[in-house]
Write a protein that binds this ligand. Sequence first.
Ligand SMILES: *Cc1c(COP(=O)(O)O)cnc(C)c1O
Length: 387
Amino acid sequence: MNQRIYVDNSATTAVSEKALSAMLPYFREHFGNPSALYSYGQEAKKALEDSRGMVAKAIGALNNEIYFTSGGTESDNWAIRSVCESKNKMGKHVISTAIEHNAILRTLEKMQGEGYEITLLKPDKNGQIAAEQLENAIRKDTILISIMMANNVVGTVLPIKALCETAHKHHIIFHTDAVQAAAHVPINVRSLGVDLLSMSAHKFHGPKGVGALFVKVAVKPAAYITSGGQEKGYRSGTENVPGIVGMAAAIKEGTENLQNNTRQLTALRDKLIENTLKIPGTYLTGDSANRLPGHASFVFEGGKEGAYLINMLNEEGICASSGSACSASSIEAPHVLIAMDYDKEIAQSAVRISLSYYNTEKEIDTINERLPLLIAELRRRKEKTIR
Ligand SMILES: *Cc1c(COP(=O)(O)O)cnc(C)c1O
């Protein structure tokens, strides 16, 4: 088998050298509990607060606006529940979109069972949501708007600043799931205006199981996990110090190298897209202009069982996915593509190739060489079974 080519970086990324070496001392030498008063604990406490500062700086926030969590899913759950809990005397209507991650969609579904009314905005053909569309959905009892910054399935980057301005014109709190965007596109919470923002370390070369929620000082979160009072009493539990240190190192590295990474990834991505679209009956999904730097996603005619192509790629050592890690095992069409009005059959052919700065031009050349052959092979096999 050839050497493995990993192009599923929207699902997760490798921990960077810098993040790993920053983490290591906090497993052994400095393993103390940040809540302890002796020096071991105080070293950990300092690392925790330095990390908070680094994460804050990367998104233009204040240190006391960053709360560490166990990842994107928890940050999303907390954001939604927190705002709903503190604002439900003013109304019980929440606006989000049909292309959100399940961390948002499933949470909203649950809220619906608890008496909240949910409006999910429908994206256009590119996966975009317009400010006017949001404006039209706002009601007197709307208490929260949650719209993702970048979509994991189709790579579209949404106009968060304009959407947030619309929300604020009506004095409604705005949350964004920036899990795919953080350290991949420039983020400044002040210029965007967002009130809450979710991040996850393992999507930007940090470790798994750690993330953060930004909450603007004026908004104040509701307590989510209760116990010993860590994270100012809002999110108790002994802090994941090595993970948090790794997250801080990774976001710092990603943010400092953002321009170079963007240039490198965009070039590789565009080469991949250009070549793939030469395959007859193959289409790019998502916005071709406002798009994550390393994200390429396609559907192709006659590929109803997209999972086959993913398996064929896997047999050649190429790790890609059908659109979302959470539903990768099934041949279910990604809900994002259905919301974008793709018919079910073509949506099932979805392939997502998401790059990182560890990918090389040679790897892209290999994919460009193999993909057309595999799609042709898949179509031939299918014809045979029909006959
Ligand atoms: C991966 C992802 C999440 C979940 O983050 P975890 O850290 O894996 O829990 C949430 N939202 C989006 C858009 C994601 O891509």
